[in-house]
Ligand binder design. Structure first.
Ligand code: C2E
Ligand code: CA
Ligand code: CA
Length: 791
């Protein structure tokens, strides 16, 4: 420096690290200043030495740390940009350059906020807020490279006290994709669980599919969801949709166009989920797809709905995202489609069960339960409109005969034909049903005038039954009996209305009328008879029954030859003794005649025993049996038991069986009568003459006596026609060696006539009325004369 200053005559400085004797190095600056004389010659050189070891060291440290910092930044996996206090890029690492697609030179000096600006048209993923010193900002946004490609970035900005900023940013595409995928799956799962809840809750196919589509759009965040079901003609019909808007609703129930080889078609025929992860590129599209793409759809999946092994339809989901459907999504949605299929299967099964529960399978008409439901609604409606409803029920007459004559198959065909004619006749508003095997019901709502009802029913009968029915290869006339009741005149509830119409039907049948309208008295009678029925039912159990006895005497000697046991009921409500004519038919109807009949036999036996104990030998006692008892196997058993007791009392029990009953089932009854005869029972044919018995049969039966019916006896006078009938009966009986008993003898003249005709025994009020056991005892004693004999 000294030399240079001397030679150049200029100030020269030199900086140098000088090794000092004590071993440490010092940074010195020596400045040499030449001082010139007047001639310009160097006169003197002034040298100033300054020690700046400290500053040097500091500078070096800074440089080292700067390098270290650069190295660190360089090594960072993240892009780093350092901005100066003005927000201009001062430093950028190579990762930063790579991520941003710009060179270091291009970046330096640019504004930081411009470099990390959100991609055009892309929303910032997160609002960065405002920059403040000491605050670390962290946010995500999509960034765009000059080549147009976009990537999601996580950015953090750190503002230093100096005002410089450090921006760190990372490409989070992988994480972002991962998160998106998780989010997509979460959406699918949420939607699946809502749809599964709907499957459990909803019992209607339409509602379930609607709810499914709605949930797919609302919760699953799908762009469009629709379900198509395959109809009977094999066409796919839109069953539900969401996301297509109103124009989609207009398509409901319409056949859908399937593109050959398209996703839905393949899903249906291959029975596999089919997806297209970019619908925007598809060349030819269905109207549905066009509509979905307009709504922003990116990808689509079609999932087959397989019910009971058959593809019944397809559910189609459009996602906004491109490439939505990856393995996991497809398999989750596949499971969802299976769940929906299960729901559909369940509904189909339930519908079948409902069908069986509410429809008559033979005719397809509603059955009684469904009829009730509909009738209730119809009556409500009639009430609102102040209208009448006529409920008519009708039975095909002698339907059993049709079945028996032509076979069940033809019987069913008649029923089906009636159902068809009924369907052809009725208005939409009329409710029709088959309520029992042979009973149909029809409820007609109208502005009825009471007078019209009869006409309308006649018309209905005409329409349904005027034309002959083709049975086998015959044309057969079928008739029906109708009973009807009117709402609100006759009844206020469906049950009552149907009950009354049925009561009218029963009445019509018993009166052999073609059609009968219900009347109030009829109902009261029915109610009364039901009440009576119940009282009769418990009569035997309550010990309200008694056996009375009417004597039979020898026509010549007038001596007691037997008793007829006649049942009585002392009605506890009135205290009156009721005739069996009133209650026996009820007992037969309800079946409690069996119990009462067994009781009668026991009672007769025990009465005999008592009389015997009191010193008389009772005559034979004839007990009446009804046809139902005869049909029962255990009549024989009951009679044998009673017979043994009666034998102990020195007497026997006989049976009176009505002529018609014997003739109804000759073959069935013969063995029974034989058994009864074998234990000493005599069989009397009761009410003889009324049943047109074949005498050939009578001859074959083990019968002991004929009882001439009261009707012939009561008008027996010397001049009457009855006389010749009675004469014929008696002579026939004699020819067959049968005893003859005349019942209902009321006059002395009848006694005389019958005696002249050689009738063996007489019975009737003139001889003696039926009496309770106590008084019977006295009669036996006096008529048989046994007491006197013993005395
Ligand atoms: P049924 O066997 O013809 O009995 C004779 C009926 O004629 C009895 O009526 C009797 O009281 C009545 N009678 C007797 N003599 C005369 C007479 O001179 N003039 C008139 N007008 N009637 C006379 P009852 O006791 O009212 O019995 C009616 C029917 O009830 C009986 O007709 C019989 O078929 C049935 N019955 C009575 N008791 C029993 C029984 O224990 N079991 C069953 N299964 N049926 C019985
Ligand atoms: Ca009798
Ligand atoms: Ca009789």
């Amino acid at each position: 420096a000294l030399r240079k200053a001397f030679l150049t005559r200029q100030i020269c400085a030199i900086e140098s690290d000088i090794e000092m004797p004590r071993g440490n190095t010092r940074s010195l600056r020596i400045t040499c200043v030449p001082l010139l004389d007047r001639d310009g010659e160097v006169r003197e050189i002034l040298s100033v030495t300054r020690d700046f070891t400290g500053r040097r060291q500091a500078e070096r440290a800074i440089r080292a740390s700067e390098q270290k910092f650069r190295r660190l930044i360089e090594q960072s996996a993240a892009g780093v940009v350092i901005g100066d206090a003005d927000g201009k890029v001062e430093l950028v690492n190579s990762r930063g350059c790579e991520l941003l697609g710009l060179s270091e030179a291009e970046l330096l000096g640019r504004r930081c906020d411009e470099v990390l600006a959100p991609a055009e048209g892309e929303p910032a993923l997160d609002d960065p807020g405002s920059l403040q010193p000491g605050r670390d900002l962290r946010f995500e946004r999509r960034l765009q490279r000059p080549d147009g490609s976009i990537f999601p970035a996580e950015i953090s900005i750190n503002v230093l006290d100096s005002g410089a900023q450090q921006l760190t940013f990372q490409d989070i595409t992988a994480r972002y994709r991962q998160e998106q995928k998780a989010e997509r799956q979460r959406r699918i799962q949420a939607m699946t669980s809502s749809i599964n809840a709907a499957i459990v809750r909803l019992r209607n196919r339409g509602e379930l599919l609607e709810e499914t589509c709605r949930t797919a759009v609302d919760e699953g965040k799908f762009c469009v969801a629709w379900v198509g079901l395959i109809d009977e003609d094999g066409e796919l019909e839109l069953a539900a949709q969401s996301g297509l808007g109103e124009s989609g609703d207009e398509l409901l129930g319409e056949p859908l166009e399937l593109v050959a080889g398209g996703a839905s078609e393949n899903a249906i025929f291959l029975r596999q989920p089919m997806f297209d992860n970019d619908v925007t590129r598809a060349a030819d599209t269905t109207p549905m797809r066009a509509c979905a793409t307009r709504s922003g759809a990116g990808s689509v999946i079609s999932l087959p709905l397989v019910v009971e092994g058959e593809t019944r339809g397809v559910i189609v989901l459009y996602a906004f995202e491109l490439g939505f459907f990856e393995d996991e999504e497809v398999s989750l949605l596949g499971e969802l489609a299976e769940d929906i299929s299960f729901g559909l299967e369940f509904i189909a099964k339930e519908e079948r069960v409902d069908y069986l529960a509410y429809y008559d399978t033979m005719t397809g008409l509603p059955n009684r339960s469904l009829f009730f439901n509909r009738l209730s609604r119809q009556l409500q409606d009639a009430q609102d409109k102040s209208r009448r409803t006529v409920l008519a029920v009708f039975d095909i007459d002698r339907f059993r005969m049709i079945n028996d004559t032509y076979g069940r198959h033809e019987g069913d065909a008649v029923i089906a034909e009636v159902a068809q004619r009924l369907r052809d006749t009725v208005d939409e508003a009329d409710t029709v049903a088959r309520i029992t095997s042979n009973t149909f019901a029809i409820a007609l709502s109208d502005d009825w005038d009471a007078a019209d009802i009869g006409h309308r029913l006649e018309e209905l009968d005409e329409v349904l039954f005027a034309a002959a029915f083709r049975i086998g290869d015959e044309d057969v006339r079928v008739t029906a009996t109708t009973g009807a009741a009117v709402f609100p005149d006759d009844a206020r509830t469906p049950e009552e209305l149907l009950g009354n119409a049925e009561a009218a039907l029963r009445s019509a049948k018993s009166r052999s009328e073609r059609c009968l309208l219900y009347s109030r008295e009829m109902n009261e009678r029915v109610a009364e008879s039901l009440r009576f029925e119940n009282r009769v039912r418990v009569a035997a159990e309550n010990g309200e029954l008694q056996m009375w006895y009417q004597p039979k005497v020898c026509s010549r000697s007038g001596r007691l030859r037997g008793l007829e046991a006649l049942m009585r009921w002392k009605d506890p409500e009135t205290g009156k003794i009721l005739s069996p004519e009133k209650f026996i038919p009820v007992m037969e109807h309800t079946g409690c005649i069996l119990e009462a009949g067994r009781w009668a036999l026991r009672q007769v036996a025990s009465d005999c025993l008592r009389w015997q104990e009191r010193g008389v030998i009772p005559p034979r006692v004839a007990v009446n049996v009804s046809p139902i008892q005869l049909a029962q196997q255990n009549l024989v058993g009951s009679l044998v038991e009673a017979q043994i007791v009666a034998n102990d009392a020195g007497t026997a029990i006989d049976l009176e069986i009505t002529e018609s009953v014997i003739m109804d089932d000759v073959d069935g009854i013969i063995p029974k009568l034989r058994t009864l005869a074998s234990v000493g029972t005599r069989i009397h044919v009761d009410d003889f003459g009324t049943g047109y018995s074949s005498l050939a049969y009578i001859a074959r039966l083990p019968i002991d006596a004929l009882k001439i019916d009261r009707s012939f006896v009561s008008d027996l006078t010397p001049a009457s026609e009855g006389l010749s009938i009675v004469r014929t009966i008696i002579s026939l009986a004699k020819a067959m060696k049968l005893q003859v008993i005349a019942e209902g003898v009321e006059t002395e003249e009848q006694v005389r006539l019958l005696r002249d005709l050689e009738c063996d025994e007489l019975q009737g009020f003139h001889i003696g009325r039926p009496l309770p056991p106590e008084e019977t005892f006295a009669v036996i004693a006096s008529l048989s004369g046994d007491l006197e004999k013993r005395a």
